[in-house]
Unconditional design. Structure first.
Length: 337
């Protein structure tokens, strides 16, 4: 009798069912934990409100509660954790708004952001981009929210609310442009000796660079050859964005931005538009990533160019968050005046 073999596709399907079930269990446990911590925070606040006349009554409650819970359940109920649960409830008073996509560790990172608009932005981006806790921490510390606002030129309350309520909407070519772009992960000095050094460092940390670029990016390759009239040119780095359906060409410049950089990038973009784009692809996007740029020079150099070309600075150190926040406030006040 001929022995029968179980098909590979059948086994694969069963494994997929098991993996999906595991994810569902983890998600359910996470949701239950979040709502438990939220409920504990709520009860602490309610108990505190009963004893408003007593000095430091809230700290008294938390100290005693921590002692009782730790004796009964072990770690996880320190005074610090209970205070965070209290703040968790105060910042998210409507339990139904909690996201089961985010873990307690995600919310702890979000609670470190004081500005409610910025916190709302990071929550939306975290959900939309499926960031890990490490990735969320990195984006907060690198001032992603402030950098996006400052890159738009005219920061106003409408733009602030749009980012806070929706996160980054990939509808326009400039939606993901940041100035500066933070490349602290490359592990090289602020001023590398050669453009090839920077390019190599980025390729070695391509996942981190994709995170910095934003959602939907795929790496196509580096030093992509373009042949025009028998002459070869090379685009430093090429990406494709699935959301915008556009090629994104990046040219690395170690020094100050120069007017002829725009002409070169314009040629690259035109070539991709005419020779590389497939049906359904949108116009390519060109980014000149430079160490320094003068806004007036960039503005004058781009005039008369219809293609989607942008200039942005890069830095290999994490910017000062307080300085970025102050800059945003200044720009907003200036716009309102």
């Amino acid at each position: 009798m001929k022995s029968e073999v179980v098909s590979i596709s059948f086994i694969k399907e069963i494994k997929q069912i098991i993996e999906e079930s595991k994810k569902l269990v983890v998600r359910n446990v996470n949701t239950i934990m979040l709502h438990s911590y939220w409920s504990i925070g709520k009860r602490i606040v309610e108990e505190e409100q009963k004893g408003k006349v007593k000095s430091n009554y809230g700290d008294y409650i938390i100290r005693n509660l921590s002692k009782e819970l730790t004796n009964e359940y072990g770690k996880g109920f320190s005074t610090t954790n209970l205070k965070m649960m209290r703040r968790f409830y105060n910042e998210y008073p409507i339990g139904q708004t909690l996201s089961d996509q985010l873990s307690w560790s995600h919310y702890l990172e979000l609670l470190s952001v004081e500005d409610t608009n910025a916190r709302s932005f990071y929550q939306h981006e975290c959900e939309n981009s499926n960031w890990s806790v490490r990735e969320l921490d990195r984006q907060i510390n690198s001032g992603l929210y402030e950098r996006l606002l400052l890159s738009k030129g005219e920061v106003n309350k409408k733009l602030v609310l749009e980012l806070a309520n929706k996160g980054v909407e990939y509808q326009k070519p400039d939606s993901f442009i940041k100035d500066p772009m933070v490349l602290e992960f490359v592990g090289i000095p602020e001023k590398p000796l050669l453009e090839s050094d920077l390019e190599k460092a980025i390729r070695n940390h391509i996942e981190d660079f994709l995170l910095e670029l934003g959602r939907g990016f795929m790496f196509v390759g580096s030093q992509q050859r373009i042949s025009i009239a028998g002459i070869n040119y090379y685009v430093d780095m090429v990406f494709y964005n699935k959301i915008l359906k556009s090629y994104v060409l990046i040219d690395l410049k170690m020094n100050k931005l120069k007017p002829d950089n725009f002409g070169q990038m314009n040629m690259y973009v035109n070539y991709y538009k005419e020779e590389v784009n497939d049906e359904g692809d949108q116009d390519p996007i060109g980014i000149i990533l430079c160490a320094k740029k003068e806004e007036a020079l960039a503005k004058m150099s781009i005039m008369g160019i219809d293609n989607n070309i942008y200039a942005a600075r890069y830095t290999t150190i994490i910017p000062n968050i307080e300085a970025l926040q102050e800059e945003v406030e200044k720009v907003v006040k200036k716009f309102e005046k």
